[in-house]
Each structure stands twice: as C-alpha cells, then as structure tokens.
Design a protein around this ligand. Structure first.
Ligand code: FES
Ligand SMILES: [Fe+2]
Length: 344
C-alpha cells in the first residue's frame, strides 16, 4: 500500500490548459496534460522510451507528444511510436478525476474514494492552493494549533490579550486526532462583524479533526454569544489537505465553506469576494509562518510544547506511524523519533 492508494488533490483544474505541466508532488515528478477533448492525463514526467521529460513536449489532439523522438500517449497512457508502428508502448498513467475544481490522482487499483466535499446548507467560500517551501510536518502542525492566531492573524482567531481564557481539549484514536478550542474571538472590523453577525467578545469555537490517508483535517468553526450560548448566523467548515511534495516542500489545498442563517443568507454572494480576500490574506500569514520554521528544529528532542500544542503530541505519533505505513519519505531525516521527548 502506498500513499497514492488514496485520492489526493494536486492541481487546480482551471490552470491546466493547452501546455503540459510539470509537477513535483508526493515524492514523484509528474506531467499533467489536457487533451483536445478535455480529458486529463497524469504520468511520470519521464518518457518510457529514453527518459525525456514529457512535460517539455506538446499536446497534439488527444495525445501528449514526447519532444525527443515523437512517441505519443493518450490520457490512459496508451502510446505509439511513429517510426515503429507495431511497437506497443505505455506510460504509467495514474487514475485521474476532476472534482471540486481540482485534478485528483491515485494509483491505478488504489482503494480510496473521492470525498464529496459538500455540506448541506453550505456554499463554497474559497478554494486555496498553496505550495510551500516547508516540510509537510510544519504545515500540518500549524493548522492544528490556534495559539498563533492570537499573535499573528488578522481577523480570524483568538484575542491575543486573552489567550489564557482559551480552552483546549484533544482526543485521539489510532487514525485521527480531534482538537476543540473555545475562547474570546479577536477584534474584528465592524464591517466583518456586520457581515458575519458576530459581536465583540463573542466566543469563537474550533472543532478540528485530523486524519490520515490522505493526511487532512476537517473543521467546524463558529461564534457564540458568551452569555447565552446563542450561535451567531455565520458558520464555517473547512477541509484542508496537507500534501507532502518532497523533503522540505509541501502543498496545502483547503476548501472553505460557509453558511448563514437569516437574512444575511440573501447577501452571501455579494459578501463572498470580500470574505474570500480575507481568507486569502489569513493564509498568506500562515504561509509566511510555516516557511520560517526551521525544519531541523521541528522534532529536536527536548523541544518544549505548551498547552495549545496538546494534540500535536498525538499527531506526531500518528504521523510517524502513517509515514512508515505509506512509505512517505522522511522529511526530517536526522530526527527519526518524532514522538520522543516532548514536554507539555
Ligand atoms: S525519449 Fe521520448 S520518444 Fe524517445
Ligand atoms: Fe493560521
């Protein structure tokens, strides 16, 4: 069983045009192309003939043509050599699906099923595709702790001056880690409060579960009146995939959905571009943070974790096991025991 037994989202559909694209992801170098009839093919970026990069070729009709000797391949990998018509050649095509705006891949015969990525009463607010110069561990851990929201984020997170009031609970089984946090929301712009129906001093709640194969989190995020517990009209659901690319590189693909109760629902299409810009900005903050964690320091034995990092301890143990099970290359080659020497 390998990591690509499961479907992974690897590239935005709308970016895949007439030119083949070279993409390094999941420890593989791949070529993606769209045929004239619109189908998508994904192969190793290495011609089965003499190893030329197929991504330097071109698409002709329904085939990707290698620039070296002109062998060409359809999206299923069936190939032919113009100079040797009787030769039977094949590229090792992956299984491909276009779903929710992305190209997804898995190995042929992989047992995974595509997630629906739909929630009743919720609309898609924003789809993020963020390549990172950082190990996937740094990405996964950033999304699993909310302490940094009080310090570094803009409108989305906890009040940095009241972080001591934020509660953190975590629970784990052998496939997932769930983290729940609750505390005073950070100060938001009056326009944000008006749009989302939140008020100053509201309690913000995160309910966040990270599971493996594929490595991803699903989250529920909402705001409540701190006195009555009344839930505010706007809720958010997020699904975030953390995709290893290779040592020191990763890819974040996140889907943000939102729902509204009441009259605000009528205005959601008007509000969406502004809210999407806000999400994009918050993610740019995360990217800067994640890319500036010193990779070698992540699992240095003896590094201290705080109470907000509770779930990370379990997550690190699961990640270590999952990585071995699925044969993902070790990003931190010098610090093999991720679960050792962690203090809380
Ligand atoms: S290397 Fe691709 S056709 Fe020869
Ligand atoms: Fe963040």
């Amino acid at each position: 069983m390998g990591i690509l037994d499961q479907w992974h989202p690897i590239y935005p559909s709308r970016r895949l045009g007439k030119r083949p694209v070279a993409l390094k992801v999941l420890d593989r170098e791949l070529v993606l192309f769209r045929s004239a009839s619109g189908a998508v093919g994904v192969f190793p970026d290495c011609c089965p003939h003499r190893g030329m990069r197929l991504s330097l070729g071109k698409v002709a009709g329904d085939r990707l043509v290698c620039p070296y000797h002109g062998w060409c391949f359809d999206t299923c990998g069936n190939g032919e050599s113009p100079g040797s018509p009787k030769l039977h050649v094949r590229a090792a095509a992956l299984e491909v699906a276009e779903h929710r705006g992305l190209v997804w891949v898995k190995d042929v015969g992989g047992t995974g099923t595509l997630p629906t990525l739909q929630h009743e009463g919720y609309d898609l607010l924003y789809l993020a595709y963020v390549p990172l110069v950082a190990p996937v561990e740094a990405l996964m851990e950033n999304f699993n702790e909310i302490e940094h929201t009080g310090t570094a984020h803009w409108q989305f997170g906890y009040d940095g001056d009241r972080m001591d009031e934020v509660s953190v609970e975590s629970e784990a089984d052998d496939r997932s880690v769930r983290i729940r946090t609750s505390g005073p929301t950070m100060r938001q712009w009056p326009t944000s409060r008006l749009a989302m129906g939140t008020r100053s001093g509201d309690r913000m709640k995160f309910d966040w579960t990270t599971s493996f194969a594929p490595l991803h989190s699903t989250a529920d995020i909402w705001w409540e009146d701190p006195h009555t517990g009344e839930v505010r009209p706007c809720r958010i659901k997020e699904t975030a995939y953390y995709i290893p690319v290779g040592p020191g590189e990763s890819l974040a693909v996140s889907f943000y959905f939102w729902s509204f109760r009441g009259t605000r629902r009528l205005f959601r299409h008007l509000l969406r571009p502004f809210a999407a810009l806000g999400v994009r900005y918050e993610l740019s903050i995360d990217k800067r943070l994640i890319e500036n964690v010193i990779p070698q320091s992540l699992y240095t034995p003896g590094r201290r974790l705080g109470r907000f990092d509770k779930g990370l301890h379990e997550l690190r143990k699961l990640w270590q096991r999952w990585r071995e099970e699925y044969g993902v290359s070790e990003v931190e080659r010098d610090n093999r025991d991720a679960s050792r020497d962690v203090s809380l």
